[in-house]
Design a binder for this molecule. Sequence first.
Ligand code: SF4
Length: 434
Amino acid sequence: MAVNVSSASPYQGYVYAYPHKTAYRPLDPRPPLREAWARERLDSLFLYLHIPFCEMRCGFCNLFARAGAPGELVAAYLDALRREAHAVREALSRPDAEPVFTAAAIGGGTPTYLSPDELNTLFDLAEGVMGLRNAPLSVETSPATATPDRLAVLAERGTTRISIGVQSFVDAEARAAVRPQRRAQVEAALGAIRDTGFAVLNIDLIYGIDGQTAATWRYSLDAALAWRPEEIYLYPLYVRPLTGLARRARSFDDHRLALYRQGRDRLLEAGYEQVSMRMFRLPQAAYRTVYRCQSDGMVGLGCGARSYTERLHYSFEYAVTARHVRSIIDEYIRLPPAAFTAARVGYRLDEEDLRRRHLIQSLLQAEGVDPAFYRERFGTDVREDFAAELAAFERRGWLDGLRLTPEGLAHSDAVGPALFSERVRGLMAGYRAR
Ligand code: SF4
C-alpha cells in the first residue's frame, strides 16, 4: 500500500467519487457519447443536473460555483443545458433499450438560485427531454433561496428530498465560514420546507469552523434536531482557519475528530443511524432507490457535472477559482449542439480501477462490502484482491470483517485515499489547480 495509514492525517480527502476529477485529463480524440454508451446497461441510471450559481461564495467552498450571476447568464445557461440534454438523450437512444432513471439530483451551486419559472424550465427539460419519471429526486437549497414559491415548484415537480446547507445555527460561526446568514432566515427556510412537505429533509452542518467549541457545536446539533430532519450530514471543514486552536495542523485534526465524535454520539443518541462518516438518517426515512452507486451509470448535465459509464468517466473542464469557473461557464453557454455529442475531459478506468472503485464505494458506507455482489461483478474474492490493504486497516482497528468499525468510519477520509491506485495518485499529484 502506498499510503502509510499509521501516520496519516484522518483528513486526507473526501472521497465522494473515484477517481477524483483532478485525475481527469483532456480526451484526445474525444469519444462520441453514442459510442461511450453503446454497450452500457441503461435500466438503472442516475440523472444529475448541475446549476453552478450561488447567491454568494462561501469561504469553505471547493465546488464548481459562481456567485451573483446576472439573469441573462442564467437564461443562457439553461438554453445550453437544453442543447446538451437533447444531444445526450439522442446519444442514449438505442434500438434495444431506453434509458431508465432510477434516481436523480439537482445540485450545484445552489439550484434554488433559479427563479420559480426557471426551475420549471429545468424540470421540463429533465422530464420532457431526458424522460425522468417517478424517480426519487433530490434538490439542494440554501437558507436565502428556500422561498415558498420555489419550494412549491420543487414539490409540484416531484422532489422527494430537499437538502439545505445550514452549516451552523450560530450566526457568528456562519460569518466565520464566510457565509453571512441570520438564524431567523435559516429557521424561516426550514419552516417553509416543512410546510411545503417533502418526504425527506436533509440538513448539512459543518464542524471545525473558527471559534466553534463543543458547546456551540452541541447548540447547532440540537437546533437541527429540533426539526427532526430525516437526514443530517456532518461535514468536516477542510480549510484550516489560521487562528485559534487550528493554527497547528495536528491540533486541527484532533479538534475535528473530537467534534466528529461528539456529533456522531449526539445523533445516535437521538435515534439516527449512521450511513457513512458524514451521513446520518432516521431509520424510517423514505428516500430509497434501487440505484447502486458501485455499478450503475450516471448521466450528468451541466458544466460541472460528471457522467459515468462503466469504463469512462467524463465531464467538462474543472476549476474552482472564480476566474476559471467564469470562463468555463462562458464557454459552456456558447457551445453549439454538436459540441455536446462527445466527451471532452475524463478518465478511462482499467480493471484495477473498477475493483478499487467498487471497494471504496462500498467500504465507506457503514454497511460495508457485500462480498457476494463483488464476486458477482468480478468473479473473485474481495478479501484476496485487497488482502494487504484490508490487513493494514485491520491493524489500525478500523476494520471488522468487511465493515469499518466506528474508528474506521471516523477515519474514512484516510481510508478512501489509501485505496487509490498508483495511476490515479500520480494524475492527482500532477493536477495543476486553477
Ligand atoms: S452554497 Fe455551496 S456551492 Fe455555493 S458557494 Fe456555498 S458551498 Fe459553494
